[in-house]
Write a protein that binds this ligand. Structure first.
Ligand code: F3S
Length: 422
């Protein structure tokens, strides 16, 4: 692989051990994928250091102790606990204290303690053609498909790329990977953010990788709708990029997205497909203890919408309603008065984590000394197919997927309200 003089210096340890180790790992990654050279990156969304996985926070502290710094603007991904308002989640204090140590490591390394899966709502907004890295699939697909930045799904290599400012040129950093492979013909216009999530999950189930090109939206989807679509596509289909002509840079038309010609067949996305996702995530006897909205972490616009829907209402006393968002959006929503409206209604506004990421997960491997005991839940009402999939797999409780509006109504009435009436 072709390396610059500075890459070679880092590799030889001339800039210290952390950078030597980081560059050596990136070279190994690049060789494994046949990269010809490395690119300069302009942004990195990196590993948080996860308190629910033994020694994982220590990994980030070791880097910070060794003097590692990020070389480009960087944000930390979602964590395993709300670091500030953690008591409302029932997290054990020992877990929270460990998670807070990760924040200290990020402070020392110079990465923003965003602790979110939607750093773009918190101001990290890479532009067209910016090479970047991301540990979070939702960030990868949003940045590739909506912003036109260039990102793979990176795992811990994201930290090494942030430290060196470099990344091997392969995958979605190359033009040839950023062209349509599958055509999706829309025969329905999703009615809400949760419908976009259901649509994305449905389409993703027919795919395993590639770039889906959506043809036929009756109107331009909003940023929140595109965010939900991408998160779900990435969950069921392992997709890292989709194209909506007229939205995804630089594609103005379906023809632009398929330089070698339109495929002969198309995946049909109709109302039956959206219904199929809601059905797929309707389990159990309809009972539930918790309602969750805010996956991916809510934007300011979504927080405004939740406040409008909950204003003057009250969550049933026997239930919990969790609203998850980033700490930055939470602060903006608090200043605008939305957090007060939500809390007056009995909702819990939670940052830095989400149900599947927090101490609820039964598939994590925390240090036994932390005393983490995942709660037993009868069921969870959700408005996101991504969260539904991971709650089912990791929290292991029955899930009930519906629209945001009906999830909120379910929290108020105590009765599960499905998206479609029978
Ligand atoms: Fe984010 Fe958790 Fe959903 S990480 S995308 S809120 S499953």
């Amino acid at each position: 692989m072709k390396l610059t003089t500075r890459d070679e210096e880092m590799l030889a340890g001339r800039h210290g051990e952390p950078l030597r180790k980081a560059m050596a790992s990136l070279v190994t990654l690049g060789r494994a994928y046949g990269a010809e050279d490395m690119v300069d990156i302009g942004y990195a969304h990196i590993h948080a250091g996860m308190a629910m996985y033994k020694d994982d926070v220590q990994l980030m502290e070791d880097l910070a102790d060794a003097g590692a710094k990020v070389a480009v603007p960087s944000s930390a991904n979602i964590a395993n606990a709300d670091l500030v308002n953690w008591r409302q989640t029932g997290a054990p204090e020992s877990l929270v204290r460990l998670q807070q140590r990760a924040a200290g490591a990020h402070d020392r390394m110079g990465s923003a303690c965003a602790f979110t899966c939607t750093p773009y709502w918190a101001g990290h907004w890479p532009t067209w053609n910016t090479h970047m890295v991301s540990i979070e699939s939702t960030v990868t697909i949003f940045c590739n498909s909506v912003l036109g930045a260039r990102s793979n799904r990176d795992g811990f290599f994201s930290v090494y790329a942030a430290m060196t400012g470099r990344y091997p040129r392969f995958g979605y950093h190359l033009d040839e990977a950023r062209q349509g492979t599958h055509l999706v013909r829309l025969e329905v216009m999703p009615q809400s953010v949760s419908d976009f999530s259901a649509l994305g999950f449905h389409v993703g189930r027919s795919l395993s990788g590639g770039v889906a090109v959506f043809d036929g939206f009756a109107k331009r989807p909003t940023l929140d709708e595109l965010d939900a679509l991408g998160a779900a596509l990435g969950t069921s289909g392992g997709i890292s990029m989709f194209i909506v002509p007229g939205v995804t840079p630089p594609y103005a038309t379906v023809e632009d997205a398929f330089p070698s010609g339109r495929p002969g067949s198309a995946i049909v996305a109709d109302e039956a497909g959206i219904r199929a996702t809601y059905d797929h995530f309707t389990e159990g006897d309809g009972s539930f203890d918790l309602v969750h909205i805010g996956c991916p972490h809510a934007s300011f616009e979504e927080m405004k919408g939740y406040a409008r829907m909950l204003d003057g209402k009250r969550v049933k006393a026997s239930l919990e309603l969790w609203v998850t968002t980033s700490r930055s959006v939470r602060n903006m929503a608090a200043e605008a008065g939305y957090v007060a409206i939500l809390e007056r209604a009995g909702a819990r506004v939670i940052s830095d984590t989400c149900p599947m990421s927090c101490h609820f997960a039964r598939t994590a491997s925390p240090d036994p000394a932390l005393g983490v005991q995942p709660p037993t839940l009868r069921g969870m009402v959700l408005d996101s197919a991504k969260q539904a999939k991971y709650v089912r797999d990791m929290v292991r409780c029955p899930v009930l997927l519906t629209s945001t509006e009906k999830a909120i109504e379910s929290a108020v009435t105590g009765l599960f309200l499905p998206r479609f009436s029978a």
